[in-house]
Design a protein around this ligand. Structure first.
Ligand code: B12
Ligand code: SF4
Ligand code: SF4
Length: 414
């Protein structure tokens, strides 16, 4: 049953009684009620942050000036400096978190080739194995807003965002008391770890904020640890708490539409969509609980290649062989759709090049033939990446080489 229908059912039972009671509710009682509703909707965490200029965002301009945002122009939107700029009269931000962890192995544990007969495997990051979180969280945020409207009598504005608005969700989450901003730049909750999606509701409703005037946000528990910084294969965490997105595999495989910079191709390894390494190595994720929802388990579309078509460690031959139509079918309702067919095939070519397949190994001939087809196709971007992979398989050609990028090397490198 869709979340909102479930809630409508509950609301019908006692709507009038609730409205009467809620007229005299204090702001603290309302916040408690919002948290209660969010829990019933399936959120793992919920808190309320003030609609303020959070101190972290004072560094945003410098981060942008350094070019760390790459091609993500929407990050320059000045409204991102404060939730109060996202909505006139905004009083607070309700931040909700949903655990998306599953019991499957991490990218740092899972072997490269699970079933050797089907050839080399790629890696899709944990957050993208199942349903599109924008839809899952978006639906739940709508359910929360709808229930608030039913329960709180006065008119108010409320807008829910899951990546979609000018709100820096992790910073708001920190001030809603949900966790700390870690050296890998993710929000970590002491009990749940960092496999959390965030969603925010900016509202004009008066609610008590989760942290009282004398209360500080959760302490930074990274301590002297720097496992994430050292494990990042592209040195994207250029200093603790600072990420140069242009070097991050997540950016390269999902957001970047052009050629993958030559010097970052090899460090990308087998990643074809997103990257989990800086979270996989984090001690705070060692005991992270598994999500109660089925939504984020890997999709298994078609097992005829012996499991190669699962989004958990997918077969690379399968990925480079997908037609555009098959891509649309397989990734309907999946976050992977964002990379588009062209981006995913581009990424899979790089992962094949990095697999260092040798003649005689399973699927070598089939993969080589498919790469040759792509290298001869009309799409210049795909052709160049397919040729890069062919070169690494021992089939050089006279196609133009990968362009140099101008990505600034992290300090201490290059
Ligand atoms: C753009 C974006 C990206 C970009 C840039 C990532 C980044 N770190 O900003 C890319 C594509 C690389 C990316 C990757 C990922 N993302 Co993302 N992303 C976003 C998005 C849409 C905006 C984030 C943003 O505004 N970044 C801009 C900069 C300004 O933020 P910042 O890194 O915190 O920068 C600050 C610090 O550098 C600080 N600073 C600067 N100097 C210094 C110095 C010191 C000493 C200190 C303390 C701080 C400091 O100041 C800067 C400004 O505040 C958010 C959703 C949202 N609307 O918030 C999701 C979001 C952050 N992503 C998310 C996820 C899940 C991921 C991935 C895990 C996906 C994956 N598996 O591939 C990776 C993780 C990579 C990583 N280590 O961060 C989740 C994070 C959940 C969580 N628990 O934290 C979010 C919240 C999406 C969601 N709705 O759930 N993402
Ligand atoms: S997601 Fe991967 S590439 Fe990006 S910072 Fe983390 S480890 Fe580095
Ligand atoms: S790996 Fe260590 S430094 Fe990095 S986020 Fe986790 S605790 Fe912090």
């Amino acid at each position: 049953m869709p979340v909102s229908m479930h809630w409508r059912g509950i609301l019908r039972l006692d709507k009038r009684a609730r409205l009467r009671q809620n007229r005299s509710m204090s702001n603290a009682d309302r916040t408690a009620r919002v948290i209660e509703i969010s829990r019933a909707l399936g959120f793992d965490l919920c808190g309320v942050a003030p609609s303020a200029e959070f101190p972290e965002l004072a560094r945003l301009e410098e981060w942008l000036k350094r070019g760390h945002a790459g091609e993500m122009r929407y990050l320059h939107d000045p409204r991102r400096h404060s939730p109060s700029l996202a909505m006139q009269g905004a009083r607070c931000v309700i931040v909700c978190a949903l655990n998306y962890n599953t019991s499957l192995p991490s990218s740092t544990e899972a072997p490269n080739e699970i079933a050797s007969q089907i050839g080399p495997r790629g890696w899709i990051s944990r957050y993208a194995w199942g349903d599109d979180y924008h839809k899952v969280l978006g639906g739940k945020l709508d359910g929360l807003i709808e229930t608030m409207r039913q329960e709180f009598p006065e008119p108010f504005e409320a807008r829910g965002y899951v990546d979609t608005g000018p709100v820096v969700e992790r910073v708001a989450a920190k001030y809603a008391g949900l966790g700390w901003l870690a050296k890998n730049t993710c929000l970590i909750n002491e009990e749940l770890g960092s496999w959390l999606f965030l969603g925010a509701i900016v509202t004009t409703l008066d609610l008590a904020v989760s942290l009282g005037p004398a209360e500080a946000p959760a302490p930074d528990l990274c301590g002297n640890c720097r496992l994430c910084i050292d494990a990042c294969p592209t040195s994207a965490i250029v200093e603790p708490y600072v990420l140069d997105a242009r070097r991050c595999i997540s950016y390269l495989t999902i957001e970047l539409r052009d050629a993958i910079p030559a010097e970052l191709r090899e460090p990308m390894g087998r990643h074809v969509f997103g990257c989990d390494i800086c979270q996989d190595v984090c001690p705070w994720n060692r005991r992270a609980p598994v999500s109660a929802l089925p939504n984020f388990k890997p999709r298994h579309r078609d097992l005829k290649l012996g499991g190669a078509n699962s989004l958990f460690s997918p077969g690379l031959e399968w990925l480079v062989s997908l037609t555009e139509e098959e891509f649309r079918e397989v990734f309907r309702g999946s976050p992977v759709k964002r990379a588009k067919w062209r981006g995913l095939v581009r990424n899979a070519c790089i992962a094949i090049g990095n697999a260092r397949l040798r003649p005689g190994e399973p699927r070598y001939e089939e993969i080589r033939a498919r790469l040759a087809q792509l290298a001869a196709a009309g799409d210049a971007l795909i052709a160049e990446h397919a040729q890069w992979a062919l070169d690494r398989l021992g089939f050089p050609a006279s196609l133009p080489q990968a362009p140099e990028t101008g990505v600034v090397p992290p300090s201490g490198q290059g």
